[in-house]
Design a protein around this ligand. Sequence first.
Ligand code: SF4
Length: 367
Amino acid sequence: MPTITSTRELLDRAIAGGRLSFEEGMRLYQEADQEELIAAADAIRQRRRPDGVVTYLVDRNINYSNICIIDCGFCAFYRKPASPEAYLLTHEEIGRKVEELQAWGGSRVLLQGGVNPYLKLDYYTGLLRYLKEHYPDIALDAFSPVEVWNIARIEKRPLAEVLHALHEAGMDGLPGGGAEILDNRTRNRIAPHKGTWESWIEAERLAQREGMTTSATMVFGFGEELEERVLSLTRLRDLQDESLAYNGNGFTSFICWSYQPDNTAMGGDRASGDEYLRMVAFARLMLDNFTNISASWPSQGPALAGRALHAGANDFGSTMMEENVVSAAGADVGTCMTVEQIQENIRAEGFRPAKRDSDYHILELFD
Ligand code: SF4
């Protein structure tokens, strides 16, 4: 008689650092008790971070433009190029925002825009050079897979060459925005022009080979099949294995949040807090080769993000300072937290706050 592994045995294997297969992950998500799943993820966090430290980043999100032609059904942020509300900030306007971040003790900007059909590679390299020349100490994590693929298409050049040119101009990292669900069934339904899951993975793979900082994201709650959520995680895990073996430069972290439906063409419901915590814990169990899992306060709110620190997360995300994408879709939690508020939230959950940089090096540890 073949023995059937219990969910308890699967959780214990994950706690010990073992790997769960796709089928085992499906079973755990469907059958495991919520408290046991969360406790197992917490045990992994404790193994990974036995010092009880929870990190955060002082950064600023800069939406340098809201022009986009991709029409994602869940996006309330973008404007078509001809819209009277379309904008593209000047270098100087962006520079002033970076100066405000510096005054706040920040170390990184997240430059996010949309897919602009008119901007060529030299616009992006010019912006990066300007910022590196004026603010050399600020890390520039910029754009996203769909944006860099757009540049490669406009230039008719291989993506690897475009990423190399951006890196040379000062781009330190390619954030993992736009992953949503890494399966084409849901992608074709919610954002048919945004590229396949394979194109997202390929952009991150090339950025990792180029030596850039990368992070993995996931947005869930679009009505996707559970199988697609599990596939998203195993596809991230596969790339992490590959990149760590290639040059040791894999994703720094994983962060997930639930779809925010307000003001979007797609509408729909918001996932519950319990479902969010289950996803965070489940990701911690499946992503055995990721060191850091971040909680997401901009979408879920500080209280739920605090609870995620007991469900596998060891990072509280970043200050953002300005966040226009999730807030446009109705995440009613404010678009900025001060350093003091972040530290208070971390302490309230019983952890020690530590300021980190974009690569998760600890810059300052607090009591
Ligand atoms: S999510 Fe990004 S790619 Fe999609 S419409 Fe919004 S700005 Fe454009």
